[in-house]
Design a protein around this ligand. Structure first.
Ligand code: HEC
Length: 238
């Protein structure tokens, strides 16, 4: 009969077995580098993009929008290259979502100019008449609070110094308030006069939206260029 006739020993051995299983399948992988793919082409968010991401979470955009392109032909045709694990290395928490009232946003960065986003966030129906996306114009009436930005990027381990964070915020502010900013007209239209010279929550949200999928798109572009070089090189040989 062996171990089956000894209930106490049996229970003890079962617990040990389950603990070993838990350790091997759950705890160990957390520390294995192969389960945490990091690619040099995926860059962490800048301070302003991270603030935009927090606004995205606060407003619950992820209740209507997913951020993951599944490896299915129809999805790739609609949104672009499917999502890779390493793309989420800096996402805490991830925003994959499970509901698509609106389209997936994993590849929205660079799809439209900034001006499109200001107009769309201000009044989605002005761009897409049947849209049931709520208007977020009031985000342009709120100054971006950067009081905790440095603490946030530190907790997330992005490795920026306080000075770098301040520089990133100042640089983005300079960009959107510059006289030659391409989205200047629409930004001025949706932003109250007293906030036009500073960063608003809408500015940060637009910065974040433009970052989504950008690294992957740039990788694809460089790969295409490399392939083209190769083809040209071959024709020269011939
Ligand atoms: C009630 C659901 C809902 C919520 C909440 C919502 N959206 Fe949308 N969103 C939609 C729908 C539907 C569309 C497609 C029609 C359109 O373009 O307005 C859309 C479209 C978009 C697009 C354009 C995507 C593309 O590829 O054309 C962006 C960008 C976007 N939403 C961002 C946001 C952001 C940022 C938030 C949060 C501040 C948000 N959405 C909240 C429903 C929603």
């Amino acid at each position: 009969m062996g171990v089956y006739s000894k209930p106490a020993l049996f229970a003890l051995l079962s617990v040990v077995l389950i603990l070993v299983g838990t350790f091997v399948t759950t705890i160990l992988p957390i520390y294995l580098p192969t389960t945490q793919p990091v690619s040099s082409y995926i860059k962490p968010y800048t301070a302003v993009e991270l603030e935009g991401r927090d606004i995205y979470i606060r407003e619950g955009c992820n209740n209507c929008h997913t951020q993951t392109v599944r490896p299915l032909r129809t999805e790739v045709a609609r949104y672009g290259e499917y999502s890779k694990p390493e793309e989420f290395a800096y996402d805490r928490p991830h925003l994959w979502g499970s509901r698509r009232t609106g389209p997936d946003l994993a590849r929205v960065g660079g799809k439209y100019p900034d001006s499109w986003h200001y107009q769309h966030l201000y009044d989605p129906a002005s761009i897409s008449p049947v849209s049931n996306m709520p208007a977020y114009g009031w985000l342009a009436g709120r100054r971006l609070d950067t009081g905790y930005t440095f603490r946030k990027v530190s907790v997330l381990g992005y490795g920026y110094t306080r000075q770098e964070v301040e520089q990133q915020i100042a640089a983005y502010m300079e960009r959107v308030t510059a006289p030659d900013y391409a989205a200047r007209d629409v930004r001025n239209r949706v932003t109250p006069p007293e906030l036009r010279d500073t960063l608003t929550e809408m500015d940060a949200l637009v910065a974040y939206l433009q970052k989504l999928g950008r690294d992957v798109k740039e990788l694809e572009k460089s790969r295409r260029a490399a392939m083209l070089d190769k083809t040209i090189g071959m024709s020269e040989v011939r």
